[in-house]
Design a protein around this ligand. Structure first.
Ligand code: 9WO
Length: 252
């Protein structure tokens, strides 16, 4: 997969994508990432990319022409068609479902705004999709673009090692939250013991416990993710037992 990122800070994206799973995906040729700086396509000695907003008010707006020329250059770097995605708080929320959809494409172009944003006419003419990574304001689209690159890169075939793939499977976990994890020491003098079931060697019981923890934690922390009517009978029973154990805890 190829991802082109239009940004006034291309080195930021390159650094964020140089480490860990995403860095390795690039080394393995599973992901080609290229940064494009609109300033390189700006006219004049000052290489201006922003100007004052019509209507007045504070701040600056990114101008049409440097972005248009930069986008044309990025598009021309590869013959595969690419949707242009603008990262902004006004976009559609990014979900794992959306990430899977984007990861299946041969190519993406990500557009990062700075200042107060981009001239609306450029967005209307060139942007196919607007995506938000959450309901907060950043100082630019770069951190959000790095999030998209990371989430999409790790879904490329061969990007994860076997162990990480297993983790991925358990995270995707039917839309449930992950279960708790433990490692050595089995006993800690202040922080307590690892649950016995995880040291029992009973793999069926361990799988059941983890599933129950996932269900219980989703119910407690993110009830919006849980549609109990779509749970299997076995899942409903595990969740009922989780609730019962919790209700019992406060009683003497
Ligand atoms: C800046 C600003 C200043 C005063 C009053 C209102 C204001 N709005 C903004 C603003 O939204 N600036 C954006 C900065 C312009 C587009 C790029 N920026 C951005 C992207 N901030 N946050 C994101 C973002 C992207 C994806 N998901 C979450 C947030």
């Amino acid at each position: 997969m190829r991802i082109d990122v239009l940004t006034l800070f291309p080195e930021f994206i390159a650094q964020a994508a140089a480490v860990g799973v995403v860095g390795r995906a690039q080394e393995r040729g599973l992901l080609t990432l290229q940064g494009w700086n609109p300033r390189d396509y700006a006219e004049g000695g000052y290489r201006r990319v922003d100007d004052r907003p019509f209507g007045g008010g504070p701040g600056m707006v990114m101008m049409i022409e440097p972005l248009r020329a930069c986008l044309a250059a990025a598009r021309a770097a590869d013959s595969a068609p690419a949707p242009v995605i603008y990262l902004s708080p006004q976009g559609q929320p990014l979900t794992q479902r959306k990430v899977r959809e984007l990861a299946a494409r041969p190519r993406l172009i990500l557009l990062c705004g700075r200042y107060e944003g981009v001239d609306e006419r450029l967005l209307e003419a060139e942007v196919d999709e607007e995506i938000s990574i959450g309901d907060y304001v950043l100082s630019g689209g770069e951190l959000a673009a790095a999030v998209v690159v990371d989430a999409v890169a790790r879904l490329q075939d061969g990007a994860l090692g076997d162990a990480e793939s297993a983790v991925q499977d358990s995270f995707e976990n039917d839309g449930l939250l992950d279960c708790p994890h433990y490692t050595h020491p089995a006993q800690h003098p202040e922080l307590g013991d690892v649950p016995d079931v995880l040291r029992s060697g009973n793999h069926a019981a361990i799988a059941r416990w983890r599933r129950q923890q996932s269900l219980g934690r989703t119910w407690l922390r993110r009830p919006d993710l849980l549609d109990e009517s779509t749970l299997s009978k076995a899942d409903r029973a595990l969740l009922a037992a989780f609730r019962a154990a919790r209700d019992g805890q406060g009683e003497s």
